[in-house]
Structures are given as C-alpha cells and as structure tokens.
Ligand binder design. Sequence first.
Ligand code: NOJ
Ligand code: MG
Length: 511
Amino acid sequence: MAKDWWKAVVFYEIYVPSFKDSDGDGVGDLKGISQKLDYLVDLGVEGLWLTPFYLSPKVDNGYDIADYFTIDPVYGTMEDFESLIEQAHKRGIKVIADLVVNHTSTEHAWFQEARKSKVNAKRDWYIWRKKPNNWTSFFGGSAWEWEEATKEFYYHSFAKEQADLNWQNPEVEQAIFEVIDYWLEKGLDGFRLDVINNLTVAHEFQDNPFDQQGSQVHLHDVNQKGIYAVLEKIVARIKAKNPAAFTVGEISSDKLARIHSYAKENLFDVTFNFNLGSIKTWEAKAVFTQLEAMENQFSEGNYPTLFFGSHDMARLYTRLAENDLAMAKMIALLMLSARGIPFIYFGEEIGMQNFVPQNIQEMKDVQSIQEYDRLRRAGLDSKEALRQANQVNRDQSRNPMNWSKESFTEGVPWLGAGAEQPQPIAELYEWYQQIITFRKKGAVAQYPYKKLSYTKDVIWFQRGSYLLVFNFSKQAFELNEKVIAVVMASSLRVSNTLVPAKTAIIYKVEE
Ligand code: NOJ
Ligand code: MG
C-alpha cells in the first residue's frame, strides 16, 4: 500500500450513534454502517473516520472510554467490527477511528484502581493534587474534582467523568501502545487523535492567566514541554505497526503555526485547523484569508485539512449556507477543490440541518447540559437558560442521518425523536458526487494553486488546467481571464466569463 494513499482520499466522518441503526434500538451501530457502505461508494468517499465505539458510559458519548479493547454492546460486537473493516476494504474504503488517550472514563478499571488509595499501583496513572489550581475544564467549571475517599483532587480537562491520564508515567505510554497495536492488527488504517496536544500538562501546576475578555488562557495545560517527544513516540509506534497508517491530530489552538507544528515528518500526517472549519457564519473574505494563510504555512507535499462540519459544531447547511442550496453547493466545491485533505461530515451531502432541543430533556450533550445547569444556578429562567445553552450545544449536528424514504430507525432515535428533518436534497447529493469524481480524477488534487485571489466576495484559484471561481456575492462577476470552456457550474445560468451571483464555476484554461 502506498504510504501516502490518504493524499488522494476524500474522508467522511461518521458519528457512530447517528449514522445507521440496524437493530431498531434507536442508536446507530457498526452493522448499520456496513449496510450503508454501498451508499458511501456511490457518493465517492474512500476514507471513513469513525467516532468512538469502545465500551463507554457515554457521558461524552464515547469520548469517555471504559475499556479500549471492547466494542460497546450498543454498537455491536467485535465480529461486526471485523466484518465492517473487511467489507470496507473490499470496496476500496479505508477506515480510521478515534484514539482518545488524553483521558479515560472514570469507570475505566485503571481509574477504579487509582482512586482506591494513594499507594495503589495505578494511582500515578492519573493526575492528583492536594489543592486545585485555577485551571478550568474545556466544558466549563474547575478542572479538578475532589475524591473524598483519598482526600485529593484529580484532574479532568473535560467532564469530571473523564479523568486525564498522566503522560509523565511511562506505564501509561506502554498501556496505550498496546491499544494502538491492537486496533491496527484488527485492520484499522489509522487514527484521529483526540485533543492530542493536551496530553502533557505543566507539573509545576502554575495558575493560568486570563485574557482581556476574562477567558482563561490555557498556558500551562496544553502544548506543554515534552509534548512533541511524547507524540513522536506515539506516531513511531503507529508507523512501526503499519507504515501506511494515516494520522490526523486534533489540535486545540487558534494559531496556525502551532497547528502546523504538529503536522510534519515523525509527527502527524495532517492536523485539523478549526480556524477555517468552525467559523460561525460564512464570510468569503475570512475564508480566503485562511486559505491564503494555510498556503503560506504549508509547503508542497504538506497538507492542511479542509472541513466545515463535525460532531462538535453546528451543521454546515444551517450555520454557513443558511439553508440556501446555492450556498451549500459552493461551499462543498470549495472544500473539495482547495488544497488540502477534505473531511465531509455525514449528512452534509443531503443538506441536513441543525437539530435544536426545545427542552432540557431533549438535550444530550454534556457540554450544553453543564452550561444549562450553570445558567440556572446563576438565576436564569429555564427558557433563557435553554436558549443560551443551545448556542454551545453539540447535539445540533448529532441528529440521526435522514435516510431518504426509510427512516433512521424503527425504534425511537436516541436524539431528536419526533423532530422534523426536511427531505434529503437529491440535487446536493448529486453535486457532491460530481465534484468528488472531478477531484478523484486528479483534476485538481495534485496541483498547487496558481493565483489564489480574492475580490469583493469572489474567491478564485487555478489548479493545473482548471480555474475555479466562487462568486459568493449577490451580484454577477465579470471574470477577467482567458478561459477555454465551462466544465461544471453550480447553477444553470452560466454564460462563459460572466459568473452569476452565488455561483461557482470550474473552467478549463491553458495550464
Ligand atoms: C474532542 C471531541 O471531538 C469532542 O467531541 C470531545 O468532547 C472532546 N474531544 C473530549 O474528548
Ligand atoms: Mg442500533
């Protein structure tokens, strides 16, 4: 297998509980994914990223792992997993999965041991302190939780049910190496490494400073000394097992140079850049600025990632396209033709929209539930607390896939029961198919940008012998370039170099 197979692949993120339910319990599962592989082939994706399917109490929906070697029964069995890998490989689809090693569930046997006594052999696998410092959890509130039994606090950078592993302890490293080996032997083609620059923290435990808006600056709990050395060892272990394994690191940072610093030889193949992916509304100028910055930062053969959706942010169709098909088509083409490795979030291709819980019972995301409770304690009424909590609610994009005709499940779906989803948009699906095919033919993927440009809500660039123009504005745009022909357009009203409002066009040009 070529070592750099991933350079030509369009990835597709599957949020496992929400993709396809095969047994009517209302929760998506591994068998369900197998049943839909032909759909994915038809769409044209060749790489899947599966969110956690390991045994978990699911406080954070699987990002709280209780046993790294067991499939959670709600998602199926080990046979289902092996069969999924086999069926995917048969169809030329590679599969990567989440590796969540910053923390475990507090239900993990390691933590259960660790919490027993201060002298327990596993005590030092986690991070304990007599006194907390001011570090806050990424879900809000203190990152320290008191344990009455041993009279110390343990550190959790996410929910209190997700205890951070102590990566200064070499035994932790060895234990995780076994996890890596195990899943690669099962046939996984790589990993998406969860919050991976959080792995080490400063063991002087200095308080973090605050910025001018009063938010905590995570100075001492992310990107700490020794992080690169630890990650190099993890990557070396992965590549030793499977030199062609692909690694994508989730880096929590808004500094592109930092994000890039983790994507190089001996580190990850690519890293997620949330500066592009999680913008709140569509602004062509801001998107262009990111594309340009990525171009300056990443050299030839070194790729940024491209995505506008995930299980941690509101859906592209609602948030960025504002329910406008023309916009959704343009954004999709930009994502699939810019320089980088694209990740489609499931449902994007049929125009799935946000799910917004109407009461607290419908809310499942630990982050927004915590926020709701905090707001209630601060005295807000339930309606206002719900409204504000919904703004950080990740349930918005986790609603079950809206398969055409057949529903998600015969049972009651685990999230969004009864909520209406508009019909899947066939025109959008076909557009995704066409542009993925265009990309896969190598039409653009392997070429550097020529004249990456911007003016008044219009972005354009040439790659190889194709010029791609995205007119996000409300006016037609006269393109001042010599073109040979129109290859494809996102709307029908195209007459050569006059690009109608809200239209993207691919032109054939002289190389
Ligand atoms: C990032 C994951 O994408 C998110 O869903 C999760 O809550 C945190 N990491 C903690 O594992
Ligand atoms: Mg099921």
